[in-house]
Structures are given as C-alpha cells and as structure tokens.
Design a binder for this molecule. Structure first.
Ligand SMILES: [Zn+2]
Ligand SMILES: [Zn+2]
Length: 483
C-alpha cells in the first residue's frame, strides 16, 4: 500500500467519522482534498508547485522555520515568499520539529508554546502573511496542543492526514475510492520528498515521474467528480459550511474595488461578526499597511491595476507587453516584495476579452473577474441618471451571474453584478438572488467599491451589507472573496 504511517494511524478514526457522515447525507458530494507538503523542502518549490499550478491547484506548504535555509535541500525565505506570491498557502509545522506530545509528557508546555508561537511569528515577520494552521510534527497532537494553538490565534490542523510517497501510483486512486464508499467529507493528502527516495525523510516519492503520476491520478479523481482539490483553508471552510447547512449551500462571493481603504478597514468588524471574508481589488501599491491588516483579518488582496488601465483597449492599442509592463508589473512587483499574495485580477470597468484572460492565465494568475462582451449585459448597468432603467433586470433571473458552488474554487473567469445607488440596486432583489444561490447550490458574485452608511453613487451601503451578511447563513451561503 502506498499510504503508510499516518494513513494507518488515522484510517480507523476516519472511517468512524465517515460512517456518521454517510448516514447524514444521501447525495454523494465530492470529497474536499487538500494537498499538503511537510518539512520545507526546496523541491516543493522547484518541482511540486509548478506541477500543481499546471493542474490549476494550489498546495499547502507546512514550514519548519528553523529549517529554512539550513542547507541546499531546504526552502529559503525568498522561496517561501515566492510560494505565497504564486497563491499557495503556508502553514507552520513548528519551529524545530519536536514531538509535541513528548514535550507535553515532560511537562514542557512553555516549550510547546514557543515551538508553535515563535514559528508562526517568524513566518509573519518574514513574509507578512499570518499562517492560519499548525500541522504538528509526526501528527502528534491532542486537545492541549489544540488549546495552545487557539490561544496563539492559530488552528490545529485536524483533518485525517494520509501520507503518500511510494512509487505505487495506483494507491491514491484505490484509497480515494475507499474514502468515497465511506462517505467521508474531507481528506488531507500529505507528501514529503517528491524527487528521490532518500530525499526529505521518510516516505519520499522515488522520482519526480512517480510524483507526477500520483498527481495525474488525483486529477483523474477530480475529473470524475469524486474529489475537489483545494488548499487547506478552502477545505476547512467548505466542510464547515456543509456541516452547518448541508445540503442547502452555496457561496456569496463579495469583492470591493479601487481604493476605499479607510472605509474597508472600518467594515472589518462587520465581516468578522458574520465570519465573512472578501477580496479587496486594490489600485496602486501605497497602502501595504492596509493590505497586511486585511490579510491578517482573513481577507484577500487582488490586483486592480497600478493605474486602473482599461485592459481591453490598452492591449488592442499598445500590445500585451506594454500593458503588462505598465499596469501589472509595477503593482505585482511592489506587492510581491511586501509579501502580499496575489492570485487574482479584477478588470477595471469589468471590460475583458478572451485575449486578455489568456494573458493573465499564461502569466500565473489563477482567476480573473470581469464581464465584457462574452457575458450578456449587466442586469443593473451604471445609470446614475436613470436613463437605462428599461434595461434593469432582477439579478435572480440573470443565470450567467451564477455558477455551481462546486465550481467556485475552479472557475478561472468569474462574472459579477455591481451594487450601488448608481446601479439602482434593489436590496430585496439582491437578497432574492442570494436565496436562489443557497437553494440551488450556486455561487453568486457581487462587487462594489466603498462601504459607508447611506453610501451614494457606486458604493455599498453598510445597511445593505449588514442585511446580506446576516441573511447569508439562513440561505446556507458561505461568504468569501474571489479566491
Ligand atoms: Zn514533518
Ligand atoms: Zn475599478
């Protein structure tokens, strides 16, 4: 069998959980699968990350901070920042990889706190990114290590971990098929070395070809609808939602564009109150302080252009390279240096073409948000004077604004409807659209600009936002950004 050690370790408890889940759900829902990589190996950046990206996936890399830069086989901090800038998730795997239960048995609770806390702080200091999860060395953890994590503002990774690493390439297929029969809802597929058997501790893949075959087998399982690959945070979020609202569940994807940094920050407590997260698509580079606070609060930052250039006419008139060099590179470079992870881009004025999409995808962006000519016109056009009111359509009837929630983490081009008085937003209509997304298991994409009490023009009224966030749970909607 290809899965060893932790697979065996957790197999039986996984089946107990699974049997319960099966009784509660009659419809086969894809298992949410996170691909995790432990022990800070250089090959994770050089070999694993590009192979994941080729397949449209992002991994979760569990970092032992004392091992960073230790020798040429390990990641450096530049490498870790590179992984973040390419959209991957970083977690802590502690400071020096000690067995936390051994420390606990020796009465060294303070040492456990240092192992976890100093490692998370170091990651934040070096990258600007606060890790959300702690993966314990040797999977040795209990409710005391869990409590220490939560006191430090972290979550102890709790999903069953299944280690893969032999060159038995059928094993992940066999294994996932067994999990499917058991009705389990989530799985953490763990890898260590990905290029040579003696590389990266125990249970490494014999060579990169066998690792590639392992990923191909996972891709095939995803194509068959048995699993959805996501990062660890996405897996935990999706499963938390299903536990709450299954089978009535969908996603409200909220994003905010341009540069209303003060208003956005003032809304952080409102988002936090409803466990809602959003994406801020920012113009320029001069509010890195805001961006770090937003990341720490669980939100995401996306690009909206160094100078908010309209991509479609600019690419047509000046060419792709000029547009990229002028409006994307300056922003991407500065935010990269500041450790702000960027995966997505929102088109200024929503205007896009297949050509501009291809440009972003070919240069590493996971997702773009826009409308352009491919989609039917926005049901609520920009119309401050009310001249186009005959074009107004209820949002709930605009099918193209909704995608199946199961595709939420997959779709590379996502649409949006805009809220604000200048678009004649009817909040009751928005709530009906949210209800539809919950009923049908869809994702609905909404964008606005500023956020303020009784906001005018193109901004979101705080009172609308509060009604949407407080209703989302009733509709079975998880509120997230663009991801
Ligand atoms: Zn480890
Ligand atoms: Zn804009």
């Amino acid at each position: 069998m290809g899965h060893t050690y932790s697979a065996f370790r957790f197999f039986h408890s996984a089946f107990r959980i699974a049997a319960f889940a099966f009784a509660a759900t009659a419809v086969a829902e894809p298992i949410r699968v996170a691909l995790t990589f432990d022990d800070s190996l250089k090959d994770h950046l050089l070999i694993a990350a590009p192979m994941l990206e080729e397949r449209g996936w992002r991994g979760t890399f569990c970092i032992v901070t004392d091992w960073i830069g230790k020798d040429e086989r390990r990641l450096t901090w530049d490498d870790v920042r590179e992984l973040i800038s390419r959209g991957h998730e970083i977690a802590t795997h502690t400071k020096s990889h000690q067995n936390l239960i051994t420390l606990l048995n020796a009465g060294e609770e303070d040492e456990i706190r240092r192992e976890i806390g100093e490692s998370a702080a170091k990651i934040q200091q070096e990258t600007g990114f606060a890790p959300r999860f702690m993966f314990s060395p040797f999977c040795c953890q209990n409710e005391i290590t869990e409590r220490i994590c939560s006191e430090l503002g972290l979550r102890q990774a709790g999903a069953p971990r299944y280690n893969f690493g032999s060159n038995n390439c059928d094993s992940v297929t066999t294994f996932v098929n067994e999990l499917c029969k058991s009705g389990t809802v989530r799985a953490d597929i763990l890898q260590h070395g990905v290029s040579q058997a003696d590389h990266g501790g125990w249970c490494a893949f014999a060579d990169r070809e066998s690792f590639r075959k392992h990923l191909d087998a996972i891709a095939e399982l995803e194509r068959q609808g048995k699993i959805i690959v996501t990062d660890y945070d996405g897996m935990v979020s999706d499963c938390a939602l299903k536990a709450k609202a299954w089978p009535r569940h969908g996603v409200l994807s909220l994003s905010f564009d341009d540069a209303s940094f003060g208003q956005w920050e003032a809304a952080f407590p409102l988002f936090a109150k409803y466990d809602a997260r959003t994406t801020f698509f920012v113009i320029g580079t001069n509010r890195v302080d805001f961006m770090k606070k937003a990341l720490a609060a669980g939100h995401e930052i996306g690009l909206h252009g160094f100078r908010h250039m309209d991509a479609t006419p600019t690419v047509e008139e000046r060419g792709e390279d000029w547009f990229w060099k002028t409006d994307i590179v300056p922003q991407l470079t500065e935010l990269g240096k500041a450790g702000i992870p960027i995966r997505s881009y929102a088109y200024p004025n929503c205007r896009r073409t297949d050509r501009t999409d291809a440009l972003f995808f070919s240069r590493g962006f996971a997702r773009v948000r826009g409308t352009g000519k491919t989609f039917p016109p926005n049901p609520n056009p920009f119309d401050p004077k009310g001249d186009k009111l005959d074009k107004w359509r209820p949002v709930a009837t605009a099918d193209w604004l909704f995608i199946p929630a199961a595709d939420f983490l997959k779709a590379r081009l996502v649409p949006n409807v805009i809220m604000g008085e200048a678009y004649h937003t009817d909040i009751e209509d928005i709530l009906r659209a949210m209800e539809r997304a919950g009923d049908r298991g869809e994702a609905l994409f909404i964008v606005s600009h500023g956020i303020a009490r009784d906001a005018k023009g193109i901004s979101m009224k705080t009172e609308w936002l509060e009604r949407m966030l407080s209703s989302a749970n009733d509709f079975g909607l998880l509120v997230r950004g663009i991801r």
